[in-house]
Design a binder for this molecule. Structure first.
Ligand code: MG
Length: 312
């Protein structure tokens, strides 16, 4: 593949970690139930594409997210060789952590909210109460030697509260880092962020001592801004970017959301910028086309469509 042409841009990271969320965040928001054997093959194919960091599943109660009710089975099926530090599982609370530890997970993510409204709806707690719930989870995960990521959702806007002040987001990020999280992922859950807003939030975080090295970005393409926002974050030194193969996963809280930034779209942009990512784009496109056949719908990713149409 000779395209895109490579034209590096001053001031960007030389290497980016593509944090693949398709098997968890992607499938969690897909209405078609996917058998565990297909999930295991999906993860295997993603790893074979060169993706080093993959969020595999979530240890939430089956009644919360039926799609991910097979977390133990999936990890058992994947085997020990796909459970090192780059394979992350979501844990909502201590019970979830117990299950993750028993299943052999080595890296976990917790899911916090920048706003009171979403904390209430998603966690049935205030922001402060949810931090109190996470504290023992993070402490024990670290005692187990696990890597810990903290997600912050609604960083760029909230469907119930509207605009979210950057200082409020920064406070939640600081608290998660103080609990012991290794990394915080800034989630634009409803996809309303724009590049200037990304710069403002990263500036706010830098002002309170939270550098880009401890941050990841998680953009949604609902309003077509995910890649623009990603470039703004890369310009300010962020070098971990969340993305979902084929753009899997809508968002149940945003009307007609197109969901996660597609990994293929991200990889195309990184390649053009001469940024190392380690991903075999053509193999990834084949994987997403294959996954689409299991979901009964085509991928919303522009790059998947373009390359699949040309036989790529
Ligand atoms: Mg997402």
């Amino acid at each position: 593949m000779a395209l895109p042409m490579v034209e590096p841009r001053e001031g960007m990271p030389s290497r980016v970690v593509v944090y693949e969320v398709g098997p968890r965040d992607g499938l969690q928001n897909e209405p078609v139930t996917v058998p565990v054997e297909v999930k295991a093959e999906f993860v295997g194919r993603l790893l074979a594409c060169g993706l080093q960091t993959v969020e595999l599943t979530s240890f939430v109660p089956r009644s919360w997210v039926p799609q991910l009710g097979d977390a133990e089975e999936l990890l058992a099926m994947l085997g020990a060789e796909v459970n090192p530090a780059g394979r992350v599982v979501l844990v909502p609370n201590e019970r979830g952590l117990d299950r993750a530890v028993a299943a052999g997970a080595r890296a976990v993510a917790i899911f916090a909210s920048a706003t009171e409204s979403f904390a209430r709806r998603n966690l049935n707690r205030s922001v402060a109460e949810s931090m109190a719930m996470f504290a023992p989870v993070v402490r024990r995960a670290r005692q187990e030697g696990m890597w810990v990521r903290g997600y912050v959702s609604m960083c760029f806007g909230d469907p119930w509260e509207g605009p979210v002040p950057t200082a409020q987001v920064a406070r939640v990020c600081e608290e998660l880092l103080a609990l012991g999280c290794d990394q915080v992922s800034l989630g634009d859950t409803i996809g309303v962020g724009t590049p200037g807003h990304v710069e403002a939030l990263l500036g706010e975080l830098a002002g309170v001592g939270v550098g880009a090295d401890r941050l990841a970005v998680h953009f949604h393409d609902t309003y077509g801004q995910a890649l623009s926002n990603t470039l703004a974050a890369l310009n300010l030194g962020v070098s971990t970017v969340d993305a979902s193969a084929g753009g899997l996963g809508g968002c149940p809280y945003a009307q007609s959301a197109t969901g996660n930034l597609a990994t293929e779209d991200l990889v195309w942009a990184l390649t053009g910028l001469g940024i190392e990512h380690g991903v075999d784009l053509e193999a990834l496109v084949r994987t997403s086309v294959w996954m689409s056949s299991h979901l009964g719908r085509s991928s919303p990713s522009a790059v998947v469509r373009a390359l699949a149409d040309t036989g790529g």
